[in-house]
Design a protein around this ligand. Structure first.
Ligand code: GLY
Length: 353
C-alpha cells in the first residue's frame, strides 16, 4: 500500500492500493469512532457499481451506515441537491461525532465535501475517489464547492478530509475519455513540478504503474497544499492550463471536457509563453507529444478572440490583471500577472504553433 500523509490544517492519510475498496471500513475504523454513523453520499452511476461493497465494508467494521444517492452529472452540484443532502443528514440524526463518506468523482467529492464543511458548522468526512481525476486532484487538498447560476464553484469552503481511500481498480469502469481527463491533470503535475516525473510519464505504461503514479501526483499536491492551503500563493500553479481550459469548456458549452480543456489550455498558454519570451519553444513539441500519448487534444480550433472575452469574465481576475501560470521548462512554474488587454491582444493576434 502507498500512503501519502498530508499535513495541512488537518493531518490525514491518502491510502492507495489496487483492490483496497473492500477494506475501506477497516481503514475508516482507524480514523473514526466505530460507534459512529457513516453517511455515504454518492451518485446513481457509482452507487450501481460500488455502493454495496462500501456499505458492507463499513458495516463489517462496526459502523452504522445510511446512504444518499443523487443523479450523476455537474447539474447536481447545486443548492437544491445540497439542501436535499442536509435534509438527509438531519433525518438520519447525523451529529458531529458521525462522518460523511464521499463516494464518487469530482462532483460527489465537491458536493459531499461542502455538505461536510457546512452541516452543523462542519463535520468530518472521508473521500473515496472513483475517477482518476478525483484520485489525483479533487479528493485531496480540501477544496469543496457547489455551482450557482453565476458560475462554477462560486460557493465553497476549504475543508480537509480526514481520510482518502483510493482503489485504482475502480477506474476500469471509466470510459476512455473520462480516464483521459485525469491524464491531463497528471501531465499538469509533471509540467509544473518535475522533469523526472515528465520523463517517467513519457516512457511508462500507465496501467502497470498506476499506484506509483497516483502517489507521485498526490505527493506533489501535498507539497503545494502544505505550503498554501488557502490558495493565496503557490497553490495557484495547480491552475496551469486551467484559465484558458475553463474558457474553452465554457465557449464549447462543455462539449469539451475538463481534461480536454486543460490539455488545450496548456498548449495555448505555452504558445503565449513562447511569444512573451517566458517558455522554451522545445517545450511545445514535448507537451504536444505527451498529450497525444495520453489521448488528449493539442489544438483548439475555435476563435481565440472569443476565448479572450471569456477570460475577461474570469472571477479570479484581479482588477485589470489576470494571473496566468507559465512553465518555462518542466518543473519551473511561475505565476505571472498579465494585463487583460495584453492577453486579449495576444490571443487575437497570431500565436506561434
Ligand atoms: N484543483 C486545484 C487545487 O486544488 O488547488
Amino acid at each position: 500500500m502507498k500512503t501519502v500523509t498530508v499535513n495541512a490544517s488537518v493531518t490525514y492519510d491518502v491510502l492507495i492500493e489496487n483492490g483496497c475498496l473492500k477494506q475501506c471500513g477497516t481503514f475508516a475504523g482507524k480514523v473514526f469512532d466505530s460507534s459512529s454513523t457513516a453517511a455515504i453520499i454518492t451518485d446513481d452511476t457509482v452507487a450501481h457499481l460500488y455502493l454495496d461493497t462500501v456499505i458492507s465494508s463499513l458495516q463489517s467494521a462496526g459502523f452504522s451506515v445510511c446512504s444518499f444517492i443523487f443523479p450523476h452529472g455537474e447539474d447536481s452540484k447545486s443548492s437544491s441537491v445540497l439542501m436535499e443532502v442536509y435534509h438527509f443528514l438531519a433525518e438520519n440524526n447525523i451529529t458531529r461525532t458521525d462522518f460523511i463518506v464521499a463516494l464518487g468523482g469530482g462532483v460527489v467529492g465537491d458536493l459531499a465535501g461542502f455538505a461536510a464543511a457546512t452541516y452543523l458548522r462542519g463535520i468530518r468526512f472521508m473521500q473515496i475517489p472513483t475517477t482518476f481525476l478525483a484520485a489525483i486532484d479533487s479528493s485531496v487538498g480540501g477544496k469543496t464547492a457547489i455551482n450557482i447560476d453565476a458560475g462554477k464553484n462560486l460557493v465553497g469552503a476549504f475543508h480537509q478530509p480526514s481520510l482518502v481511500v483510493c482503489d485504482p481498480t475502480v477506474f476500469r469502469t471509466l470510459s476512455c475519455q473520462i480516464f483521459a481527463d485525469g491524464c491531463a491533470e497528471m501531465i499538469k503535475y509533471a509540467m509544473i513540478w518535475s522533469e523526472d516525473f515528465l520523463q517517467l510519464l513519457e516512457q511508462c505504461k500507465l496501467q502497470n504503474q498506476i499506484e506509483d503514479i497516483i502517489a507521485y501526483c498526490v505527493d506533489i499536491k501535498r507539497q503545494v497544499v502544505e505550503q498554501d492551503e488557502n490558495d493565496c500563493g503557490i497553490r495557484m500553479i495547480l491552475n496551469y492550463g486551467h484559465t484558458l481550459g475553463h474558457a474553452i469548456e465554457k465557449v464549447t458549452e462543455h462539449t469539451v471536457t475538463h481534461g480536454q480543456g486543460v490539455a488545450m489550455g496548456m498548449m495555448l498558454i505555452t504558445r503565449l509563453g513562447i511569444r512573451m519570451g517566458l517558455c522554451d519553444s522545445s517545450l511545445l513539441r514535448r507537451l504536444s507529444s505527451i498529450l497525444q500519448k495520453y489521448h488528449l487534444p493539442t489544438v483548439y480550433d475555435g476563435s481565440l478572440a472569443e476565448l479572450a472575452q471569456v477570460c475577461l469574465l474570469d472571477k479570479k481576475r484581479a482588477g485589470k490583471q489576470i494571473r496566468l501560470i507559465f512553465v518555462s521548462t518542466p518543473g519551473q512554474a511561475q505565476i505571472v500577472p498579465v494585463d487583460t488587454d495584453i492577453l486579449t491582444t495576444m490571443l487575437k493576434g497570431e500565436l506561434p504553433c
